[in-house]
Design a protein around this ligand. Structure first.
Ligand code: MG
Length: 259
C-alpha cells in the first residue's frame, strides 16, 4: 500500500500505535515489517505530557525498540519555538505536565508557579491533568495583560479506551473565550512539528509519508508541510470525514498500510 518512492514515515501515536494503554494490532510484527522494508520512522505526537524517554519505555514494553531521538512531541516543538523568540532565563507560566516542563527547563527557561504567576513573561499551555481554577485564572490574567501566549496543540479531545476526554484544546478554549486572544500553536495541524520530524529523519518531504488517525491535525499538518499523507481508521477519524480532506492513502490500520 505504501508507494515505492517513500523512504520514511512520520507516525502519530494515539489512535495509530495505541489507544490509551492498549496496543493497536501486533506492534512487534508491524515494526519488523516497517524495518524489513527499509523505512525510517519518527513518532510525532501532539501529546506533550511525556518525554521521549517515557515514550521509549512505553514502546519497549509493547515490543518496539526505538531511540529517544525518534520521538518528537509538541513539548519539544514548543520549547524549540520559544527558544527562537525568548532568551534563556525567561520566566514562563506553564499549565502542563512533565513533558513540557522538562523541555522548557532543558532550553534554560524558568518555570513559575501560580503563586509567582504575575512575574511571568509568557504563558505556555498544554494538557495538564492537575488543571484547576487558579491556573486558568492566572493564565487568563496574564494573557489579558498582553503576555505572549503559546500552546502545544489544539486537540479538543484525547482518546482513551472508554472514549474521548477533554484535550488541550478544550482547556485552551476557556482561556481564549475569557481573553479573546488566540495562542501560537507548536503542534499539528501547524507544520512546525513535521519540520522537526523531517529534520530528524533527513528525508525530503516528497519521500516522507505522514500517518495519522485525525484529519484536522495529522493529515492537515502533513498537507501543510507538503508531505504525502496516510489516514488510518484505527483511531478517532471516520472514512466519511476523510472525503473532505483527501488524504493520499486510507488504511484500516498501520499494519494494513505496511502489509
Ligand atoms: Mg492520533
Amino acid at each position: 500500500m505504501i508507494p515505492t518512492n517513500i523512504k520514511a514515515l512520520i507516525l502519530d501515536m494515539d489512535g495509530v500505535i495505541w489507544k490509551g494503554n492498549a496496543p493497536i494490532g501486533d506492534l512487534p510484527a508491524t515494526f519488523s515489517r516497517i524495518r524489513g522494508r527499509g523505512l525510517k520512522f519518527v513518532f510525532a505526537t501532539n501529546n506533550g505530557t511525556k518525554t521521549p524517554e517515557d515514550y521509549q519505555l512505553k514502546l519497549s514494553e509493547l515490543g518496539v525498540d526505538v531511540e529517544p531521538g525518534q520521538i518528537v512531541t509538541s513539548a519539544l516543538g514548543i520549547a524549540f519555538l520559544l527558544a527562537q523568540r525568548h532568551p534563556r532565563g525567561t520566566r514562563m507560566f506553564v499549565i502542563g505536565e512533565n513533558g513540557i516542563r522538562a523541555a522548557l527547563v532543558e532550553r534554560g527557561f524558568e518555570i513559575v508557579g501560580v503563586e509567582d504567576a504575575p512575574q511571568a513573561e509568557a504563558v505556555v499551555m498544554g494538557i495538564d491533568r492537575g488543571i484547576n481554577f487558579e491556573k486558568i485564572a492566572e493564565a487568563a490574567l496574564l494573557v489579558r495583560a498582553g503576555r505572549p501566549f503559546y500552546t502545544t496543540n489544539t486537540d479538543r479531545t484525547f482518546p482513551t479506551p472508554r472514549g474521548e476526554i477533554p484535550g488541550s484544546g478544550a482547556w485552551l478554549s476557556v482561556v481564549t473565550s475569557a481573553t479573546g486572544v488566540e495562542p501560537m500553536v507548536a503542534g499539528k495541524p501547524f507544520p512546525f512539528l513535521m519540520e522537526l520530524a523531517l529534520d530528524r529523519l533527513g528525508t525530503s518531504k516528497e519521500e516522507t509519508l505522514v500517518v495519522g488517525d485525525r484529519l484536522e491535525t495529522d493529515i492537515a499538518a502533513g498537507q501543510a508541510v507538503g508531505c504525502p499523507t496516510a489516514f488510518v481508521l484505527s483511531g478517532v477519524g471516520t472514512i466519511e470525514e476523510a472525503k473532505e480532506w483527501k488524504p493520499d492513502i486510507i488504511a484500516e490500520s498501520l499494519w494494513t498500510l505496511v502489509e
